[in-house]
Design a protein around this ligand. Structure first.
Ligand SMILES: [Zn+2]
Ligand SMILES: [Zn+2]
Length: 209
């Protein structure tokens, strides 16, 4: 009975989704932050920390999804058969694209649920408070397991990096977010500041306020 259940494509797809959340944590922490700009993935990600409006182009994402599939599918296929492997890989890649959408929306759209509120506070704490904490974007399970989770508290955001949804047209924090964020400093990001932000991002240091 248990074996039969484990062999079902549904369970395989759910397992693939969970595997993605572990990969999301591991890749973000080790392949992106720990490598400090060595390698494409690390360079792209730390460029996103230096300039939060920068996101890797879709072509690079499709390439990484294809590369993941090329490794995961044959491995799973050898162990559990093609049908199971297809469902597992589908669950993993599907959750990966869900993560990509969720991460983008954290930066571009205001929260609409308790989960969305948490995801934004946690990820923006990662950006502006402690880049070596809160590596999980969609879940904090792995951060809790490996001791890298901070409760976000009130997140201080440099005004020049504040997401558009958080501030009004004059760069002031919108009152509905006063319990979660404080916005500090100037709105202008000149060349010197942009360079300092890049140096901080590649050193895994929070940007200056
Ligand atoms: Zn981000
Ligand atoms: Zn990061």
């Amino acid at each position: 009975m248990v074996v039969k259940l484990l062999r079902s494509p549904f369970v395989a797809a759910v397992a693939g989704g969970l595997a993605w959340t572990a990969a999301e944590y591991g890749l973000h922490r080790f392949a992106m932050h720990e490598l400090r700009g060595r390698g494409l993935a690390s360079r792209e990600h730390l460029s996103h920390h230096a300039d939060v409006t920068y996101f890797s182009p879709a072509s690079k994402k499709l390439l990484s999804a294809a590369a993941t599939t090329a490794v995961v599918f044959p491995l799973c296929s050898a162990v559990a058969g093609r049908r199971w492997a297809a469902a597992f890989t589908g669950g993993m890649v599907g959750t990966y694209f869900g993560y990509e959408v969720a991460h983008r929306r954290i930066h571009t759209h205001p929260p609409r649920s308790a989960y969305g509120r948490w995801a934004r506070r946690s990820h923006l704490h990662h950006h502006f408070g402690a880049p070596m904490r809160n590596h999980g974007v969609t879940t904090n399970v792995w951060d809790r397991l490996f001791g890298s989770y901070d409760e976000p508290g009130v997140v201080t955001v440099p005004r020049r990096m504040a997401p558009e949804w958080m501030v009004d047209h004059e760069g002031r924090l919108r009152p509905e977010f006063a319990a979660d964020y404080a916005v500090r400093g100037g709105a202008v990001r000149d060349r010197a500041l942009a360079e300092a932000d890049r140096a901080d991002a590649f050193a895994n240091t929070a940007p200056a306020v």
